[in-house]
Design a protein around this ligand. Structure first.
Ligand SMILES: N[C@@H](CCC(=O)N[C@@H](CS)C(=O)NCC(=O)O)C(=O)O
Length: 202
């Protein structure tokens, strides 16, 4: 197997943290987005969307999408479990992972792409939309703070892929002008716990 990786990328980080939680080491190849390496004809043959991460299997099969890659690995090596042990827990993990992606990650990515100078010249930027998405991301954090008042982790009482998704999204926000606002004690407690895990800097 080979993981095409982007060290600073939020989605590749999801897969790296997941693999570290599983105790699996996968050889990786860094793709330098700053040099446009993810847009070369060679890389676009591997992933026509030009995005990372990509997992290439030994027979040349290519998997993209962070969660699809993690699900594949989970099926190969079920323990430690990060996707739910029984039908109900699996549904809860799926529900919270999707919510973390749609309600939290998406507006954090949008505010980054529309407000940050990194994307200037790489895509059209609309500051009003970026500001709106930043406010939306803060509302999502306020909602998650209320949810986390009654349980330790997003999908229940233990760390799962849903926490990895939210953790990588919150880190992006922290680094791009949308940190957790003061006063969200439950979300902050969760953040301190997930960031203290040995895998957090994978
Ligand atoms: N839904 C995809 C998103 C992948 C994605 O957008 N990756 C970003 C890095 S975090 C990327 O490669 N961006 C390169 C670009 O947009 O040119 C996943 O979860 O893997």
């Amino acid at each position: 197997m080979k993981l095409y990786d982007l060290k600073a990328g939020m989605n590749p980080r999801r897969v790296r943290i997941y693999l570290a939680e599983k105790g699996i080491e996968v050889p990786s190849e860094a793709v330098d987005m700053m040099k446009g390496e993810n847009r070369t004809p060679e890389f676009l043959r591997i992933n026509p969307l030009g995005t990372l991460p990509v997992l290439e299997l030994d027979d040349g099969t290519v998997l993209t999408e962070s969660v699809a890659i993690c699900r594949y690995v989970e099926a190969l090596k079920p323990e430690p479990n990060l996707f739910g042990r029984d039908p109900l827990e699996q549904a809860r993990v799926e529900m919270w992972n999707r919510r973390a992606e749609i309600e939290l990650m998406r507006p954090l990515v949008e505010q980054f792409r529309h407000l940050n100078s990194f994307w200037k010249g790489r895509q059209a930027q609309h500051a009003d939309y970026g500001e709106d998405q930043r406010r939306q991301a803060i509302r999502a954090m306020e909602w998650l703070d209320r949810e986390l008042a009654s349980r330790p982790c997003l999908a229940g009482d233990r760390y799962t892929i849903a926490d990895i998704t939210a953790q990588c999204a919150i880190l992006l926000g922290k680094n791009t002008g949308a940190p957790i606002p003061d006063g969200l004690a439950h979300l902050k407690r969760w953040w301190d716990q997930v960031s203290a895990r040995p895998t957090a800097r994978a």
